[in-house]
Design a protein around this ligand. Structure first.
Ligand code: ADP
Length: 458
């Protein structure tokens, strides 16, 4: 279950880590993917529409305009998203939005319940659906229910800004298993639930206390590494990839690929690139930066503003440094299909992944997986992304430190082949250990075990 479902014939492919991860996990194992189909309607939604594509059945429902505004744009994306990313300047709270958030969760639960079979296992994804376990239990569902949070879990002092944080903590404690990307997220969650003794005894990691089987643990999301590598290699000959390479004229490619979101640190990144050209003039006319960033969440003002800001910044940088045969920065406000992105990554000398906060960041992992192991590019990665815990062979930077990021890009551009190969090999090994299969299997095993313990305790 996730808020949004990327339907097989739904037109635009979803650009987002959750959609990529859930799809990969379901493709391996089969199952039903339940959630919103992306349409807004008048009146109340009907029963789910079922579509089957290979091993996956997509069960999707519409949302009405009020739910879209209050539940999705409102509480989910203007209260929870900024809180989880420590960006309190973007935070706002409205009680009506929270009421609608709960109503939509109850609606999803009522629509899902009749589809369930006795041996089903329910895996709920992300911050839109935190109350889902309590709603499903209320609807009489007894099957195992797990929750995975794709965004960071904030420190309790930040969480306390949200007036209803205790209700959400209690709701999380209704799951059999709650999963996070990093140890830091888990630590914050534990602190939060023990602070006010919300389900404190339930937070036992192994769930070994009698009658208290809730498990919270770390399950870093991974990739289908072979698939990324294969796509990167196979797509290299494609016309649009070749066209991109021709336009480099032998220059080093620096690439960034993100959803257009303020958490991705794009303004800071553009400033850092400008600083690179200022502080290290030898790079002028020798590098080409392509930033791919399609618009998301266009119903929220701040998201449309970022686009304008970036266009202005790109214009200023190009105005300042461009030459008759060189455009320093190309900013493409659109999505590309996955194989093309993988091929772009493989051509790049530097991957720039500098969010000001990120749960994991799959782009960082995709960039590593797509490289040629004999001559790999270098990842410049924000320490504030969950991926930095695993990808320690990247050039790690603080995205707010503009000079520091410029230094990091220069270090990456100047790195010897030997060092690039060795750093890449270490990271690729890690990606293979923690791949998408490991993520799904570990979570599912934890969920089934926790459920058995709960059944035994009751
Ligand atoms: P988030 O979930 O916040 O969007 P992630 O980096 O974890 O961030 O996941 C983003 C996913 O969406 C990646 O798999 C990436 O390849 C994909 N994606 C990002 N930008 C684009 C784009 N411009 N076109 C197509 N896919 C994209």
């Amino acid at each position: 279950m996730s808020n949004r479902v990327a339907r097989p014939k739904g037109g635009a492919k979803s650009a987002g880590g959750l959609a990529v991860g859930v799809l990969a996990a379901l493709q391996e194992h089969g199952g039903v993917w339940f959630g919103w189909n992306g349409n807004t309607i008048r009146g109340e939604p009907g029963d789910p529409t079922l579509e089957t594509d290979g091993p996956i059945t997509y069960a999707t429902i519409d949302l009405n305009a009020r739910a879209y505004e209050l539940y999705y744009n409102g509480f989910s994306n203007q209260a929870l998203w900024p809180i989880c990313h420590y960006l309190l300047g973007f935070f706002r709270y409205d009680r009506r939005e929270f009421d609608e958030y709960r109503r939509v969760n109850a609606l999803f639960a009522r629509k899902l319940a009749p589809l369930l079979k006795p041996d089903d296992v329910i895996w709920v994804h992300d911050y839109h659906l935190i109350p889902m376990a309590s709603e499903l239990r209320r609807a009489g569902v007894t099957q195992p229910i797990g929750f995975f949070l794709h965004v960071p879990f904030p420190d309790v002092e930040v969480l306390r800004v949200l007036p209803v944080y205790q209700q959400l903590l209690r709701a999380l404690c209704s799951y059999d298993v709650v999963g996070f990307h990093t140890q830091r997220d888990l630590r914050s969650f534990r602190e939060a639930i023990t602070e006010r003794e919300i389900g404190s005894e339930r937070a036992d990691r192994r769930g070994s206390r009698p009658g208290t089987p809730m498990v919270a643990d770390v399950f870093p999301i991974g990739l289908d590494v072979d698939d990324c590598q294969h796509q990167a290699q196979e797509t290299g000959e494609q016309e649009n990839v070749q066209r991109m390479v021709r336009h480099l004229h032998g220059r080093d490619l620096i690439i960034g690929v993100d959803r257009l979101d303020y958490s991705k640190g794009l303004e800071e990144r553009f400033n850092a690139y400008e600083r690179l050209l200022e502080n290290y003039p030898a790079n002028r006319n020798h590098v080409s930066y392509i930033q791919i960033a399609p618009t998301t969440r266009s119903g929220i003002r701040q998201y449309t503003e970022i686009r304008e800001t970036l266009e202005q910044q790109a214009g200023r940088i190009n105005g300042r440094f461009a030459d008759i045969d060189w455009v320093p920065i190309r900013y493409l406000n659109r999505a590309f299909d996955r194989p093309t992105l993988m091929a772009f990554f493989r051509e790049a000398s530097v991957g720039l992944v500098t969010p000001v906060r990120d749960g994991m960041n799959l782009v960082a992992k995709e960039f590593i997986a797509a490289q040629d192991p004999d001559d790999p590019g270098v990842l410049v990665l924000s320490r504030l992304a969950g991926a930095a815990d695993e990808l320690t062979g990247a050039v790690l930077v603080n995205p707010y430190d503009i000079d520091g990021v410029a230094d990091g890009i220069h270090t990456a551009l100047s790195m010897s082949r030997e060092e690039r190969v060795s750093r890449h090999a270490d990271m690729l090994r890690m990606l293979r250990e923690n791949d998408i299969t490991a993520w799904r299997t570990r979570f599912m095993n934890a969920l089934l075990a926790a459920h058995e313990r709960r059944a035994a305790a009751n």
